[in-house]
Design a protein around this ligand. Structure first.
Ligand SMILES: [Fe+2]
Ligand SMILES: [Fe+2]
Length: 389
C-alpha cells in the first residue's frame, strides 16, 4: 500500500515554517526500582514485593490494566527489576501474537522484583497493559494510555446508514475495532483539554490556544462519528463511560508529550486515516475517515508549530527531542490478514498495511521534519515595543 503523503507533508512543513517551556528539565523518575527489597543474607526467603496474582494467558483481555506477578524461566541469576524488559516479560506469558488479530500487542511496566519467594523462576510485579495501535492522539498519564470503558448509551451517537453484508465473526471484529477507535478519539478530547491548560501555563501565543480548542472540537466529532459506526456493527448504541483525569496534570513534560503524541503520533494517524479512507468503499465510513485524515493532519501541524515555538523559548531541550526521535522505532510488520479485503471495505485497514503506512510516514515526513526542526536556528521573537502595539 502506497500512502499519499503530499497533503500531510505540506501541513507538517508549513507548521514548521510558521512556528517560533520547557518546564524544568525533568528527568523521568525511575519507579521501577526495588526499594522494598527483602533480600537478606540469612538464607530465609522473604517476599520482596506486594502480593499479586500471577498473570495467566487464560485471563485474556481481563489482564489489561491489572498488576500481576509475571515470571520467566530462571537461567542464571535473576536480573534486577530495572534491567528487565517488561514488553518481553509479558509477551513471554501472553504471546507475541497481536491482541486482536490486528496490530496491538501486550506490554508491561516492571514495578518490583525479582520476587525472592520464587527460587526456580524469575518473577516480577508488573503493570500489564496493551499497546493499542489505533488511529489518534492518546491521553497518556504516567506513561499509560488512558481511555474510558464502553457502555450502552445513545448520548454520543447519531444515526448513520451502513450497508452490512457480513458474517457474525467479521461483524464482531469490526464492532471491536470501531469501538476502540471511538474510545481512542474520545481520549484525544482529554489530551487536547490538558494541552490547552499546558499552553496557558506556558504563556503560549493565542494562535496555538485557538488551534488547540478547535482540535478538541474535532476530536469530539471524531468520537461521535466513530461511536455511531461502532453502534451499527454492535446492533445497539454504544458510547463512553467516565474518563478519569486523576493525576493527568502532574509529572508531564508538555514538549515531549506533544512531540511523541502529536508530531509523531498524529502525523502517522493522519497518514493511516487517509490510506484507510482511500481503501474504504462504504460511503458513510469513507466520509468520516476523510474528515479524520484532514483534521489529524492539522493537529499534527499544530504539534510541530508548538514544538518549534517551545524550542525557540528553550533551545536547550533540543538534545531531548533528538534522543526521542532517534529512539522512536516501529515494531515488526504484522502478518497479512486473510480477511483484509472485507475489513478495508469497512474502513479498517489491515494491520500489515497500517504498519506499512506508518513506516512511510516516519521515513518520508517525520524524520525529515524532525531533522529540520532540530537544525533550525530558532530565535526568540523580539517583544514588540510599546509604540508598536
Ligand atoms: Fe481524532
Ligand atoms: Fe487528533
Amino acid at each position: 500500500m502506497r500512502a499519499n503523503l503530499t497533503v500531510l507533508h505540506h501541513h507538517v512543513f508549513l507548521g514548521l515554517i510558521l512556528g517560533g517551556c520547557i518546564p524544568k528539565d525533568t528527568t523521568p523518575t525511575d519507579d521501577s526500582g526495588t526499594d522494598d527489597s527483602g533480600s537478606d543474607d540469612t538464607g530465609t526467603l522473604e517476599r520482596r514485593c506486594d502480593e499479586h496474582p500471577e498473570l495467566s494467558v487464560d485471563e485474556g483481555m481481563d489482564a489489561e490494566d491489572q498488576t500481576r506477578m509475571v515470571c520467566m524461566e530462571k537461567t542464571d541469576e535473576c536480573p534486577e527489576a530495572a534491567d528487565v524488559n517488561g514488553w518481553e516479560l509479558v509477551q513471554g506469558v501472553m504471546g507475541s501474537e497481536p491482541v486482536d488479530g490486528g496490530c496491538s500487542t501486550w506490554n508491561g511496566t516492571v514495578q518490583c522484583g525479582p520476587e525472592a519467594l520464587e527460587v526456580d523462576r524469575c518473577c516480577y510485579i508488573v503493570d500489564v497493559t496493551v499497546d493499542w495501535c489505533d488511529i489518534g492522539r492518546p491521553f497518556t498519564v504516567q506513561g499509560k494510555a488512558r481511555r474510558s470503558a464502553v457502555r450502552e448509551t445513545d448520548r454520543w451517537t447519531e444515526s448513520v446508514h451502513i450497508q452490512l453484508d457480513l458474517g457474525p465473526d467479521l461483524r464482531s471484529r469490526l464492532a471491536d475495532y470501531w469501538t476502540r477507535m471511538a474510545l481512542a478519539e474520545h481520549a484525544s478530547v482529554a489530551s487536547f483539554a490538558r494541552f490547552q491548560l499546558q499552553l496557558l501555563e506556558l504563556a503560549a501565543p493565542p494562535e496555538l490556544c485557538a488551534a488547540a480548542t478547535r482540535a478538541m472540537g474535532d476530536e469530539i466529532r471524531h468520537a461521535r462519528d466513530s461511536f455511531a459506526i461502532a453502534s451499527v456493527f454492535h446492533g445497539h448504541q454504544v458510547g463512553p463511560g467516565p474518563l478519569s483525569s486523576e493525576g493527568a496534570l502532574s509529572g508531564n513534560d508538555p514538549l515531549l508529550d506533544a512531540f511523541l503524541e502529536g508530531c509523531i503520533g498524529e502525523t502517522i494517524a493522519a497518514a493511516q486515516a487517509s490510506a484507510a479512507a482511500q481503501a474504504c468503499t462504504e460511503p458513510n465510513i469513507r466520509l468520516v475517515l476523510e474528515r479524520i485524515a484532514d483534521d489529524e493532519a492539522r493537529h499534527a501541524s499544530l504539534a510541530w508549530r508548538f514544538a518549534n515555538w517551545m524550542l525557540a523559548e528553550h533551545p536547550e531541550a533540543k538534545p531531548r527531542l533528538q534522543a526521542a526521535l532517534n529512539a522512536f522505532q516501529l515494531g515488526e510488520a504484522p502478518e497479512k490478514d486473510p480477511d483484509a479485503d472485507i475489513l478495508r471495505r469497512y474502513g479498517r485497514l489491515p494491520a500489515s498495511e497500517m504498519h506499512e503506512v506508518a513506516v512511510q510516514a516516519l521515513s518520508e515526513v517525520i524524520r525529515p521534519a524532525g531533522a529540520q526542526l532540530l537544525s533550525m536556528t530558532v530565535r526568540k521573537p523580539r517583544a514588540p515595543a510599546i509604540s508598536d502595539a
